[in-house]
Design a protein around this ligand. Structure first.
Ligand SMILES: [Zn+2]
Length: 64
C-alpha cells in the first residue's frame, strides 16, 4: 500500500505548494477588471482600483 501513501503525500505537497503560491500572490494587487493578481513591476490605479496592463490595453481605444 506504499503507492497510496505516496500519492496522498504528493497531494499534501501539492496542497502546500498551492497554499504557498496563494500566499505569494496575495501580496500583489488584484486587477478590478479581470480579477487576477497583477504580477508586474508597476500597476495603474484609478480611483483606488487597480488595472493590469492587459486590461488597460483592452480598454484603450484608438482615435481616428
Ligand atoms: Zn486585468
Amino acid at each position: 500500500m506504499s503507492g497510496i501513501y505516496r500519492s496522498s503525500c504528493l497531494a499534501h505537497d501539492i496542497e502546500r505548494f498551492l497554499a504557498e503560491e496563494d500566499h505569494a500572490l496575495a501580496q500583489y494587487p488584484v486587477c478590478c477588471r479581470c480579477g487576477n493578481h497583477v504580477q508586474q513591476d508597476s500597476i495603474v490605479r484609478i480611483d483606488g482600483n487597480y488595472y493590469c496592463d492587459e486590461c488597460l490595453n483592452a480598454l484603450r481605444e484608438s482615435i481616428e
